[in-house]
Design a protein around this ligand. Sequence first.
Ligand code: NAD
Length: 272
Amino acid sequence: SIQDVYTLANGVEIPVMGLGVYKNVDETELETAVTSALEFGYRHIDTAKVYKNEKGVGKAIKKSGVPREDIFVTTKVWNTDQGYEKTLKAFDESLEALDMDYVDLYLIHWPMPGTYVETWKALEKIYEEGRARAIGVSNFNPHHLQDIFNECDIKPMLNQVEYHPHLAQPELKKFCEAHDILLEAWSPLKRGRMFDEPLILSLSEKYGRTPAQIILRWDVQTGVSTIPKSVSRDRVRENGSIFDFTLTEEEVGEITALNRHERVGKDPDKVT
Ligand code: NAD
């Protein structure tokens, strides 16, 4: 069901399917998205300080009446807030905006050269204080993760990266699996730019599902957590309705083979 979970390395459960809210700045739109998602059974919301909508997310969650502890809330520390002290301060600001006393997952948004190791140490402190139930990273390549392994005590529990059939991240995925780091897909729908892929269209026809549903089902069957974004009530429902059909192993492999290392977002090794 839409409330299926993965278990992170520290035992905390994270719902497989979440709602992404990137660029939802309009309060009404945001509220529609979050409210619809919760109504259709989503229990996982992905925001970030830089999205400037943590306050709206917190309000919409309260208004929904779904208990806080039933919802998995992720937020992230932005690039300009990185470093030990600045991260601690940014985290306090995020909690205040969300009007919550903990988050479920706190992530380093991008591996800022020179600061991400110190930033991670701040996340460790936040985790040890129980103010984040889990901590992780985003847009980290194996060499970034290796730096954390070498210099810190706690391993990231999750890595949120761009992931879709045109960017299937085979090496990174294998590396994360070997280290018990869950991969989570951002831009899982490639921002709508791969619905015309012939294989996706033929599977869409075969299963009587939309191309978006075929792609999101592939996420789940490849063991990845996914956070598609939509502000439309119908699409939020559509994206969450992927737990009642199964692609064959062969079809999953065929979709993975569409990989062409093509990004819609920034390259993590070029972030400054
Ligand atoms: P996405 O792949 O989820 O695409 C979203 C767009 O696809 C929507 O704006 C809509 O136009 C379209 N769409 C959604 N559902 C559809 C459907 N059923 N049918 C047709 N079109 C549909 O892209 P995204 O918003 O970039 O990524 C999802 C989430 O990932 C974000 O909201 C954010 O939470 C997160 N994210 C994180 C990072 C990061 O650096 N960590 C970067 C980008 C996004």
